[in-house]
Write a new protein. Sequence first.
Length: 283
Amino acid sequence: MMSAMLGSIQRHWPEYLMEAVGLGLFMVSACAFATLLEYPHSPVRQALGDPRVRRVLMGLAMGATNVALIYSPWGKRSGAHFNPAVTLSFLRLGKVARWDAAFYVAAQFAGAVAGVMVAAAMLGPHLADPPVRYAITQPAGYGAGVAFLAEFIIAFLLMSAVLPLSNTARLARFTGLCAAALVATYISVEAPFSGMSLNPARSFAAALPARAWMLLWVYFTAPPLAMADSRGAVSPPTRRCQHLLRKTASSELTALHFLRAPAQSRRRVAACTRVRTPHASGG
């Protein structure tokens, strides 16, 4: 076990660092745009009185941030998970080795917390102001039950879209655009119901300085459960395929790394992760 852990660190520590930096930059962006759009004395906030317009702008800003991070050289190399729920979903599919998944998740939490700390140093008391409050994720008065259901639905839809795309060679390059478009849409439309997290590390990093723990369990449970459930969009691998996928995971950590693999490896892995076409059934 120790040798496997040390081997994973030796081979993939750059990818762990990239995941931490990526989510850290995402949090800096989230905090900066939240302050710009919600701080009462911000000129943008004063010019835009309609919260719906501000949510749309926030969605566009974070969608653009996602695109920049996913298609950056570091994002392409690490696979651009930036989310423990995504990493755990790929782990269950056999696309990421166990130690790699563990260090990815640890790096994501550490990077998210560091990002909020950097944003706090940059933005000062503006970030802590109640309307901004470190860009925490919280529902607008709908309660924990609605927040959980909303988070479950949007996480399920996200992974149900991402998995088939990332496992289709000719469409895999559009996976990041699809994910970013969904994030932008969710922030614009769904945010009042749950705060639009999708990401346990993102919610934890904002909740830590805000000391907002009451609904944190929603963001730690709904997205991972939903993304695990959505794995049915991809055919379950056979024992031979599981062995191949684990072997591949040592060099190609994620589906976004898939296109960089040798042609023969791509064909074998694609055969093991062929998208399942759902059958219609009567109610």
